[in-house]
Design a protein around this ligand. Structure first.
Ligand SMILES: C[S@@+](CC[C@H](N)C(=O)[O-])C[C@H]1O[C@@H](n2cnc3c(N)ncnc32)[C@H](O)[C@@H]1O
Length: 387
């Protein structure tokens, strides 16, 4: 068996728990290396994202997403033979090819990307895939020419739900979006519910953000090479100062609570997003800046969350097998550490709510909320509850 086939099979074996046989068969049928021709085969067939384009500050603006999360979202989307699919965020074209495989010869896929160069490259990769068309444009407008679509998927993080997507999706259609919940993303499979939407499934995810006319207010900044700071609600905070504060650790406090990385990613970060307006996220990739990041995907890829405000910062820490704690930085670090650990204890006391059982409703902005946490966007009001 050719080397890449064995490596592809090993990669598919790694993601079997995330999707059913139809989706896994698509991953076997569509080789990822055709969409990443300049990347070493070893790297292509790992279950990790591969960045393909960065902006002038070094922030990733295009990539081939992590296969596991692609599998999760394709499962959520449930594409059937013969369906018409719209993808926002063509990137390399790999996911569009998987969608094309799932829709079959009688179905079709339109994929849109905001960057002309990305579109040109994706078209090259998809030259032998006749049921997929790639167009250049702002995906916030959808692609009206191909509507109505049976399925719509965003492979880029969205802050709000565009009215164009509602207009272009067939009445019984389904859409899957990495949706911003105050800085935390969840991949939500939505179906229509009256004049709004209701979630059919919700999964943790983490995508680069949509650019263009519907980009959200969140500030995302590379504060050091490979270290990205996200401030969901910047409140006038200076992201560069927050980067500098990392050199000014003050104190460290540890709780007696054992919390796994998956619980931080799937539950505690969502709790902070909903309950702490000044929360922030730090992600590292390719560098090891965060010595005790509670979420670690690879030795040099990790994530932590915390609270930033005044002239200070507090971040969650979890040295290998120990309980969760927090480190403070800067003049206000001590106060913020106490505040952060109070959130950890409150989340624990509430039964450690996570992503499973989460229900997201998206209703028109003026609709009265009937219970649940409310997050207001421009075109939608999100109502989040736990079932
Ligand atoms: C994570 S990549 C998509 C991965 C892709 N589906 C694949 O399989 O390779 C996100 C893409 O979204 C694109 N994007 C960002 N904002 C956009 C917008 N407003 N409209 C369309 N595409 C956008 C980026 O240029 C980038 O290529």
């Amino acid at each position: 068996m050719a080397g890449w086939r064995r490596q592809r099979d090993q990669m598919v074996d790694m993601i079997t728990s995330y999707a059913g046989e139809r989706v896994l068969a698509a991953f076997r049928a569509v080789p990822r290396h055709r969409f990443l021709p300049e990347v070493a085969i070893d790297e292509v067939y790992r279950d990790q994202p591969v960045v393909t384009r960065r902006d002038e500050s070094g922030l990733p603006i295009s990539s081939s997403s992590q296969p596991a999360i692609m599998a999760v979202m394709l499962e959520q989307l449930d594409v059937r033979e013969g369906q018409r699919v719209l993808e926002i965020g063509a990137g390399t074209g790999f996911n569009a090819a998987l969608l094309g495989h799932l829709a079959g010869d009688t179905g079709s896929v339109v994929s849109v990307d905001i960057d002309q160069e990305t579109v040109d490259t994706a078209r090259k990769h998809l030259a032998d895939t006749p049921n997929v068309t790639v167009v250049c444009g702002d995906g916030a407008d959808g692609v009206p020419d191909g509507a109505p679509y049976d399925r719509l998927i965003c492979t880029v993080g969205v802050w709000d739900i565009s009215p164009s997507w509602r207009d272009q999706l067939a009445p019984a259609g389904r859409m899957v979006l990495p949706l911003d919940l105050r800085g935390v993303q969840r991949s939500v499979a939505f179906e229509r519910d009256g004049d709004g939407w209701v979630s059919r499934s919700v999964e943790p995810c983490g995508f680069m953000r949509l650019r263009g006319r519907m980009a959200g207010p969140e500030v995302v900044r590379m504060v050091r090479p490979g270290l990205t700071l996200s401030l969901p609600d910047p409140h006038g905070l200076d992201p560069d100062r927050i980067g500098q504060l990392l050199d000014e650790p003050t104190n460290e406090q540890v709780t007696d609570l054992m919390v796994s990385g998956a619980e931080v990613f799937g539950g505690l970060s969502l709790w902070l997003a909903i309950h702490e307006p000044a929360w922030c996220v730090l992600n590292e990739h390719g560098h090891r800046w965060l010595a005790a990041a509670p979420v670690r995907m690879q030795p040099d890829t990790g994530m932590t969350a915390g609270v930033a405000g005044g002239d200070g910062l507090a971040l969650l820490t979890k040295p290998d097998e120990s309980a969760i704690g927090a480190t403070g930085f800067g003049a206000d670090g001590d106060v913020l550490t106490v505040r952060l650990l109070d959130h950890v204890r409150a989340w624990h006391a509430a039964g450690r709510p996570g992503t499973s059982g989460l229900c997201v409703k998206a209703v028109p902005p003026t609709t009265p909320a009937d219970g649940g946490e409310v997050i207001d966007k421009t075109y939608t009001r999100l109502v989040i509850s736990q079932t």
